[in-house]
Design a protein around this ligand. Structure first.
Ligand code: ADP
Length: 487
């Protein structure tokens, strides 16, 4: 790659921080493109393509209007307006259309509506590149939402000279979310059903498996999850396909944006601190205890949860663990939204244990930062976890994770019981609340041993969770694809 022939990458995502973020995909799409740019020494022209969500409009970013273009579908065309803005040095295109955007949330939660939104966005982003006359080399799609852009290159645009040299990568952030329910939208847009004989029948009109089958390379977001998805337990019906095609599958651990998540410079926390000047952490804890009307006491371990309330996250295990542990001295703050029954259980806890537990049932960026900074122990008992960013953020803020040994949690946390000198957290394997209780008890015991706990915090805060190593791996992948094209 040299300056004259900078590799052009179209990075497609449903969300990207800080414009629109629902979960980890937003963190990744907000941080990876700038990290790739910085690590490529000017040899990469990476541009981000997003739907112009209502949430982004409300933020009123500085915009340039580039014009309107038409997208063909089976019964005619629909119109898309194109805007551009800059985010951390990355040219970011916002696509606006009544068909997939309008006043809708990032995700409707209704499979048919979301199918329509993202199937049409996936085709529109390819047409946007044509409108810009920007012949990109690599389409880097993410999750089911943009997987159909990959599939479109192999079907709707197969013989289109504009995309003749284009290669594709699909990163899987969460395999179970496969876009099932998009059939009618796909048919309206003229997508043919898949013909890959290795795919199961149900996958032939489902975005993620079609993208997986069409992509030149597939990446999953941690080495461990890459192994797991090739097994029946984690493969969501695609494990045999992934085993058979594992020559195009690799695992690259996500990183975090270490500028956004930096306890020494975080404007959203009251007292900055870092591993060399840790005293600010205790001040953050005291401030949060005051703010939430918990007993202001530095000796009581403060347990924290920042999570989508989804079964994936094992939130139920936390609720089940509480009665068993309730006589011990600790406080807990939960921040999250999601499944109504989990929210209801969290609300009950406040009534049952008003002096011990605070449930904040909302999405709140500022409160998330405060919890990472104030907490002693971060609970993340995920039933499965492709990578997980929250545990990395927590560690950076000296908030020690107690987590299930699965997926990226296992790749990013060094277990106290396996390697006490280098440990950064506590891992347990059982998918039961007893497993969680036992790991929590260990953590609380070690918390009382001040020098050992201080060492754990140092290890966790000094661990490198920046994007640099992963960005190098992605750049390598881009290089491989470009080189193969030449052969
Ligand atoms: P996932 O993508 O599966 O939700 P990750 O751990 O990869 O999980 O990323 C979650 C991201 O979303 C983290 O940045 C976390 O701080 C943030 N987050 C989750 N729930 C909330 C909430 N209620 N308020 C603020 N931020 C949240």
């Amino acid at each position: 790659m040299n300056q004259q022939s900078a590799v052009k990458v179209l990075f497609a995502s449903a969300e990207a921080a800080p414009l629109a973020k629902i979960g980890g995909l937003g963190d990744v799409a907000g941080a990876l493109p700038p990290a790739l740019r910085q690590n490529s020494a000017g040899k990469l022209d990476i541009r981000l393509f997003l739907p112009f969500h209502a949430e982004i409009k409300r933020k009123e970013p500085q915009l340039g209007y580039l014009g309107a273009f038409s997208v063909p579908y089976r019964a005619g065309t629909f119109s898309v307006e194109l805007y551009v803005t800059m985010v951390q040095g990355v040219r970011t295109y916002l696509l606006d259309s009544d068909v997939f955007n309008h006043h809708s949330p990032v995700y409707h939660g209704d499979p048919g509506l979301d199918g329509r939104k993202y199937a049409s966005f996936s085709v529109a982003l390819l047409e946007a590149s044509r409108f810009l006359d920007w012949r990109f080399d690599i389409l880097h799609a993410n999750d089911w939402h943009t997987a159909l852009a990959v599939y479109a290159l192999k079907t709707l645009y197969k013989n289109d000279p504009f995309f003749k040299e284009t290669r594709s990568i699909l990163t899987i952030h969460n395999l179970p979310y496969n876009g099932y329910g998009s059939e009618s939208a796909m048919t309206e847009l003229g997508f043919p059903a898949g013909t890959d004989p290795d795919l199961p029948e149900w996958a032939l009109l489902t975005p993620l498996p079609l993208g997986i089958s069409a992509a030149d390379r597939i990446v999953s977001v941690s080495p461990n999850y890459t192994r797991e998805i090739q097994t029946r337990d984690f493969g969501c019906g695609l494990h045999e396909y992934l085993q058979k095609n594992n020559q195009k599958l690799s695992g690259i651990l996500n990183g975090i944006d270490t500028k956004v998540w930096d306890p020494a410079r975080d404007p959203l926390i009251p007292y900055p601190f870092d591993s060399t000047a840790i005293s600010g952490k205790a001040l953050n804890k005291a401030a949060l205890q005051r703010e939430l009307n918990l007993e202001e006491n530095p000796e009581i371990p403060l347990l924290t949860v920042v999570s989508r309330f989804d079964y994936q996250k094992g939130i139920g295990l936390i609720f089940d663990a509480i009665p068993e542990n309730v006589r011990k001295s600790w406080q807990m703050v939960l921040l999250g939204t999601g499944a109504p029954d989990l929210e209801a259980r969290a609300a009950d806890l406040i009534r049952e244990y008003p002096h011990k537990i605070v449930s904040l049932l909302k999405y709140d960026e500022v409160m998330a930062h405060k919890l990472y900074a104030a907490g002693d122990i971060f609970i993340m008992p995920s039933l499965y976890e492709p990578c997980g960013l929250s545990q990395m953020i927590a560690m950076r803020y000296g908030n020690i994770p107690v987590a299930r040994a699965t997926g990226g949690l296992q790749d990013s946390i060094i277990n106290y019981h396996a390697d006490p000198d280098n440990a950064t957290g506590f891992l347990f394997t059982e998918k039961t609340y007893e497993g969680l209780v036992s790991a929590l008890n260990s953590a609380i015991l070690v918390y009382r041993d001040k020098p050992t706990w201080a060492k754990l915090m140092q290890n966790a805060m000094r661990a490198d969770f920046s994007w640099n190593a992963s960005a190098q791996n992605y750049l390598e992948l881009y290089r491989d694809l470009i080189n193969q094209r030449g052969n």
